[in-house]
Unconditional design. Structure first.
Length: 445
């Protein structure tokens, strides 16, 4: 049945067309055949001199690997195996590619594609919501959701000052909704509390101010978890005041995998939630908005108005469904998935760093490790440089231990940490020698 309740036309392929499609598909699969993964010899992290002595050859190997894999679908332990910059670097697996090859190819603007409908229905079921809408990105998901919640100005959105909608969505809230953002710094340095909300929320109808119509919370934010109890407190207050709630849940999967609560526990606190498939879950493209049917119906309209309507969307939604089932897990709490192990790896990286005297900017709660590089007298540029020397892709002081990071990458990262600590000691020893020389010189005067 289509969106109007009419039966779908039955598609009958002639034998010639079927044969032609089969031949085309076979040729395509042959062209996309996965090359063998690069064989990397495990390195001993304690042998720093040898590791950095051979860094040039490692770098050449990495460049060769990246060059070959940039246009190849390598999947698990592929192009992302040595890339700790972001979980967006994850690449689709063979299971995802197989699902793409077998997917349905009907028109989603007409709401007729089975693979897309299946994904949207499944996401709604997992989150305890009535309906879902597939979108191309997390930014699109947030912007469509907020545009659907905000229908008439004056209206304001209250959110964390570090949130994605404030810093990384090109001012989309103001340009698409005309809303004013109230950006709030959490008093505890980690996550917003109800007390933070109360200090900045705009209530009433005083005409000189812009009333708060939506509270948007991001969970996780910088890898930090907003506890379920705090989310419930804020949600209860918002509903009492007639304020709508949106969750930027691009990494809510990680929060759930940590054991902080189920998808339904968190999503029931919000009117709309956006969830990303292409970060830690590893799908190539896409996010989803979940919420009540009336809001999702309006969101579909908004999506169309900004050019987000897709035709044969099954080629991406099929991969996203595999990402949910395999990487997150088939249960609402991430049972049987791969995310929990990434949190263990993050804690391991934390210990490797702190055992050398390093400090952290934030506690490690999911799969993000925020290094305080200054605690070991290291700059961001030096950190990235040392990573390049051993074939690691690093950025700033944030490390994300997504599920495609391999053991060899952790060994190489260990050697980078040890090199940073050694350089600090060398500078300290050099400083002590200079101090001794000055002291000896002064004593002779």
């Amino acid at each position: 049945m289509n969106s109007l309740g009419n039966p779908l036309p039955r598609i009958v392929l002639t034998e010639a067309i079927q044969t032609s499609r089969s031949t085309w598909r076979d040729r395509t699969i042959k062209k996309l055949a996965t090359p063998p993964l690069l064989s990397v010899r495990p390195l001993q992290p304690t042998n720093n001199a040898r590791l950095f002595h051979t860094s040039s050859s490692i770098k050449r190997t990495m460049e060769k690997s990246v060059g070959e894999s940039a246009n190849s679908w390598l999947g698990h332990r592929g192009a992302a195996a040595f890339d700790l910059r972001s979980d967006t670097m994850t690449t689709p697996t063979q299971a995802m590619l197989s699902a793409i090859q077998k997917t349905t190819l009907l028109d989603d603007v007409f709401e007729e594609d089975p693979a897309t409908i299946n994904l949207e229905t499944h996401a709604a079921s997992l989150t305890g919501k009535e309906a879902g809408l597939f979108v191309l990105s997390g930014t699109m998901g947030n912007q469509i959701a907020l545009r659907s919640l905000l229908t008439q100005p004056p209206h304001g959105v209250l959110t964390d000052h570090r949130s994605h909608i404030v810093k990384y969505e090109a001012g989309g809230v103001s340009s698409l909704t005309g809303a004013m953002i109230t950006a709030v710094a959490p008093s505890n340095g980690l996550y917003l509390t109800l007390e933070d909300i109360l200090s900045r929320v705009v209530l009433g109808d005083e005409i000189h101010s812009c009333p708060t119509r939506v509270i948007s919370l991001e969970n996780s934010l910088n890898g930090l978890i907003m506890p379920l109890d705090e989310v419930k407190r804020i949600s209860k207050f918002a509903r009492e005041q007639g304020i709508l709630m949106h969750c930027d849940g691009a990494r809510l999967w990680e929060v759930v995998a940590s054991g902080a609560g189920s998808l339904q526990d968190f999503c029931q606190c919000f009117d709309t939630t956006s969830l990303c498939f292409s970060k830690g879950l590893g799908a190539p493209i896409g996010s989803i908005i979940v919420g009540p049917k009336r809001l999702i119906k309006h969101a579909r309209w908004v999506r169309k108005s900004i050019g987000g309507g897709l035709r044969q969307s099954g080629v991406v939604t099929a991969a996203a469904r595999v990402a949910v089932d395999v990487t997150f897990g088939k249960g609402p709490n991430g049972e049987g998935g791969l995310l929990r192990d990434t949190h263990v790896t993050a804690k391991r990286v934390e210990k490797l760093w702190t055992d050398l005297g390093g400090k952290l900017e934030y506690p490690v709660q999911t799969n993000m490790v925020w290094l305080d590089l200054e605690s070991l007298n290291c700059t961001s540029s030096r950190f990235v440089e040392l990573g390049n020397q051993v074939g690691l892709r690093l950025m700033g002081n944030r490390l994300i231990t997504h599920y495609q990071i391999g053991e060899v990458a952790i060994q190489r990262l260990t050697s980078v940490f040890e090199r940073i600590a050694a350089e600090k000691d060398e500078r300290a020893q050099g400083g002590n020698r200079k101090a001794q020389q000055r002291s000896q010189y002064n004593s002779k005067l």
